[in-house]
Ligand binder design. Structure first.
Ligand code: ATP
Ligand code: MG
Length: 419
């Protein structure tokens, strides 16, 4: 019986990986423009890191983690997301000692035990930014601008930016109480999970996808009516910054992250035309997270985007990413072994000089070689038969008009550069 890939994982074939590389190149280039530097952390971490950093009561920690015990009895978990790990690394490596502000990005696979479906996998990939050390709303503004502009540059349409403020440790308790009071009379109508959430963390109810719960949530008190003066001002400034850079947004008071270390800004970008898995990225401010993970407080804001969903969205909009790697030159060695060996050396020399260069190593007729040259799409063929090899040169053939020029071997790179 043949072995197939695990459920919820993907093989990315060359036709796709070149598109991925094009998207990654755009992201890395934007990071250069914005001043974010790459950090690479382990694929697995101490399980406690996620229990603390993502939150015990979340779906991720309760239902979705790939947790295992290693041979010495440690509990380890394949990373389901990367913010907690980047915070750990930031503290563990004392990056706060380098500069007051540190701006990092990551890209790589994440693992969640979810029900696989379109746009939802068990191994998927995220790109994310983490901006440490800046409490100003401009940091929130920068993160959102990066995310929004990235999708614009990709050419995605129907983007919707949803934003909210989740307040802070000062203003949230009153809101929690208001929510608990509001939901109490509906206890019987809530789903089982929400009944439990009501005891642990009523903010999480607002996230429920159950239709009955959603209907009840529609009438719930809004956090924005409970923000303290500082939080209201922070929120006002973030919105003002978005207006200043022409980014449209929709305020969504139901957009919450239920955990205590999330503060102020929460946002999500959705693409309406891609169906149920419409969230292409999400992020926000988490001024309390570093304290939770490293015991050292530091303001931070960031976001993570799903790489797979980019391609789902582009496909749904009949858009594609241009990622052609064209062949510059096709080398043909036909005739004696000596002529073919010479062609092999010319190919290597052209590649060393930076040309995208192909050659068919098989011993076949000139006609068959010309066919291969045509198929490659290269505008130029370099032909080495016995005559050329004996004369110490090559025939440079223009594939479009068929014209041929004899060029001495040492002059070939310079000649091709002129062409
Ligand atoms: P969702 O509501 O779709 O489950 P989430 O709130 O779990 O998303 P985050 O943890 O904020 O998502 O992750 C950020 C982004 O990563 C999401 O907006 C989405 O684009 C992508 N993502 C999350 N889970 C998956 C998955 N299982 N497969 C593919 N992409 C995912
Ligand atoms: Mg999820």
């Amino acid at each position: 019986m043949s072995i197939t890939r695990p459920r919820g994982t993907n093989d990315f074939l060359p036709e796709q990986t070149k598109k991925w590389q094009a998207v990654e190149a755009l992201l890395r280039n934007m990071c250069r423009e914005y001043g974010y530097q790459e950090i690479r952390t382990p694929m697995f971490e101490d399980t406690d890191l996620f229990a603390r950093g993502v939150g015990d009561g979340t779906d991720i920690v309760q239902k979705e983690m790939y947790t295992f015990t290693d041979r010495s009895g440690r509990s380890l978990t394949l990373r389901p997301e990367n913010t907690a790990a980047v915070c750990r690394a930031y503290g563990e490596n004392k990056l706060y000692g380098l500069a007051k502000e540190v701006k990092l990005y990551y890209i790589g696979p994440m693992f969640r035990y979810e029900r696989p479906q379109a746009g939802r996998f068990r191994q998927f990939h995220q790109f994310g930014l983490e901006y440490f050390g800046c409490a100003d709303p401009m940091a929130d503004g920068e993160i959102i601008t990066f995310a929004w502009d990235f999708y614009q540059r990709l050419g995605l349409k129907d983007l919707k930016l949803l934003i909210n403020s989740v307040g802070c440790a000062n203003c949230r308790p009153a809101y929690r109480r208001a929510l608990t009071e509001y939901f109490q009379p509906y206890l019987e109508q809530l789903c089982g999970t929400c009944r439990e959430r009501l005891l642990r963390n009523p903010l999480r109810l607002l996230d429920c996808k159950n239709p009955a719960c959603m209907e009840i949530c529609a009438g719930a008190p809004k956090i924005t009516d409970y923000l303290c003066g500082d939080c209201a001002e922070h929120y006002r400034q973030v919105k003002q910054l978005l207006q200043a850079v022409d980014i449209p947004f929709t305020e969504d008071p139901g957009l919450v992250r239920g955990l205590d270390y999330y503060t102020n800004t929460a946002f999500e970008i959705v693409v309406d035309s891609i169906g149920a898995q419409s969230a292409v990225c999400g992020g926000g401010r988490y001024d309390g997270l570093m304290q939770e993970i490293n015991g050292q407080s530091c303001p931070a804001v960031g976001f993570a985007l799903g790489m797979e969903r980019i391609f789902t969205a582009l496909a749904a909009q009949n858009e594609s990413i241009e990622a052609e790697q064209a062949v510059d030159v096709w080398v043909i060695g036909a005739g004696s072994r000596a002529a073919r060996d010479k062609a092999f050396a010319v190919t290597a020399a052209l590649r060393r000089a930076g040309w995208v260069c192909g050659m068919d190593y098989e011993d076949k007729s000139m006609k068959a070689h010309m066919k291969a040259a045509n198929r490659s799409g290269a505008p130029i063929a370099v032909v080495i038969g016995d005559d050329e090899a004996a004369a110490g040169g090559v025939l440079v053939k223009c594939m479009e008009d068929g014209s041929q020029t004899f060029v001495p071997e040492q002059e070939l790179p310079a000649y091709l550069s002129r062409k």
